[in-house]
Design a protein around this ligand. Structure first.
Ligand code: SAH
Ligand code: DHB
Ligand code: MG
Length: 224
């Protein structure tokens, strides 16, 4: 019998081949990210497509992404935006941001995408001071221990109806270990507790399996 991971990967391949046309700029983005020795922490293609569909369902025009890496998810998000749509993406690593800028440029999306270099926790207050927001869609996908900080700023930079999508909240099920010493896991637990006590948010999580293993996401909507 095949290992579960092999089946998950094969099922992703089966559906992706049918539903997700190959996209040269996205493939080149992954290739150049690998050449630059970035970790393969980009979303999977079917997750990128889900982000795209959510952007379109939401009719989002202003998008905030926290965690750019090589710009793979940025391109998925930007491609879903209308002509006047904009995305600002935050990345702490300037070399990664530079690769991402080149990837975005090759995809013909430079006029829609702004990539800012620095710690997101420092940039977010600057964005507010500069008059950015409210954002229609916020993708949280950076250093997981800061997710509570990112949630706080997401709320400040949102409006009623804003969608907040947080990646990687399940991590092989580690989230249920109450004694975990992994900062990534403790954060997810704290993040979920914060959201549970936040009357301005309505939220759910979905566990996922696929080519990226077993993980999941949290989707929240600002309701007041
Ligand atoms: N969203 C990307 C993957 C992001 S991986 C995609 O799906 O394609 C997470 C990224 O967050 C990494 O590139 C990492 O350098 C960045 N990061 C880590 N800590 C950060 C911080 N404090 N502020 C901003 N970015 C950070
Ligand atoms: C990690 C981060 C991610 O954003 C991701 O999608 C997968 C893994 C990580 O830090 O291990
Ligand atoms: Mg992620």
């Amino acid at each position: 019998m095949k290992e579960a991971q092999d089946v998950w990967t094969a099922v992703d391949e089966y559906f992706n081949k049918l539903l997700i046309p190959t996209n040269a700029s996205l493939s080149a983005t992954l290739a150049d990210s690998a050449t630059a020795e970035m970790p393969a922490h980009n979303v999977a293609p079917n997750q990128g497509k889900l982000l795209q569909l959510l952007i379109q369902i939401q009719q989002a025009q202003n998008v905030l992404e926290i965690g750019t890496l090589g710009g793979y998810s940025t391109i998925w998000l930007a491609e879903a935006l209308p002509k006047n749509g904009r995305i600002i993406s935050l990345e702490v690593d300037s070399a990664r941001a530079e690769v991402a800028r080149l990837n975005v440029e090759r995809a013909g999306l430079s006029d829609k995408v702004e990539i800012r270099v620095g710690k997101a926790a420092n940039i977010l207050p600057q964005l507010q001071a500069e008059g950015y927001g409210p954002f229609d869609f916020i993708f949280i996908d950076a250093d997981k221990p800061n997710n509570p900080v990112y949630l706080d700023w997401s709320l400040r930079l949102s409006r009623k109806g804003t969608l907040i999508f947080a990646d990687n909240v399940v991590r092989d099920g580690a989230v249920i270990d109450p004694e975990s010493r992994d900062a990534n896991v403790r954060e997810v637990q704290q993040f979920a507790e914060l959201i549970s006590k936040e009357p301005r948010l309505s939220a759910t999580t979905v566990q996922t399996v696929g080519e990226k293993g077993y993980d999941g996401f949290l989707l929240a909507r600002v309701i007041s």
